[in-house]
Design a protein around this ligand. Structure first.
Ligand SMILES: [Zn+2]
Length: 167
């Protein structure tokens, strides 16, 4: 496509972290990962879904997950974070954007993310309305350093690229 006919691309970044608590499963990117630990939070604490939601909302200058789904609203308690991500996608699509691509890094010592990457990409692609190969999920350890290294919790960084859809 000639560049002048291509929609304007915008990029957003998202970050999230949650503390571990006893009792699995661990839910990341909508995938239930067998684990003796889960993530603690107001919703289901899916840090991947939360970071991607912030990246997508940020790219569209639509605020953040906290402004769209306040902790103070009881409706958001134990809420399915992939459903929240889906509502964020509805918002940016209504504003004339479509997701092109998202790249996600999960920083955690254990469990290993690699065996669950494809399932996470599939689940995220369905919600973001893109092909599976437009989503990338990577796992990194923190080399044993700091709170992540001690296994107190995990962090996630996401970047999302949106394109303006011609109307
Ligand atoms: Zn979160």
């Amino acid at each position: 496509m000639p560049l002048e006919r291509a929609g304007i691309a915008r990029t957003g970044i998202g970050y999230d972290s949650h503390r571990f608590a006893p009792g699995g499963p661990l839910v990341l990117g909508g995938v239930r990962i067998p684990s003796e630990q889960r993530l603690e939070g107001h919703s289901d604490a899916d840090a991947v879904a939360h970071a991607v939601t912030d990246a997508v909302l940020g790219a569209a200058s639509e605020g953040d997950i906290g402004s769209m789904f306040p902790d103070s609203d009881p409706a958001n308690r134990n809420r399915d974070s992939m459903e929240m991500l889906s509502l964020a996608i509805r918002r940016i699509e209504a504003k004339g954007f479509a997701v092109m691509h998202a790249d996600i890094t999960v920083i955690v010592e254990r469990p290993s993310i690699a065996p669950h990457r494809v399932a996470m990409c599939d689940a995220l692609a369905r919600v973001l309305h893109v092909a599976t190969d437009a989503i990338s999920v990577k796992g990194k350890t923190n080399e044993g350093m700091g709170w992540i290294g001690r296994g107190e919790g995990l962090a996630c960084i996401a970047i999302a690229t949106l394109v303006e859809v011609p109307r």
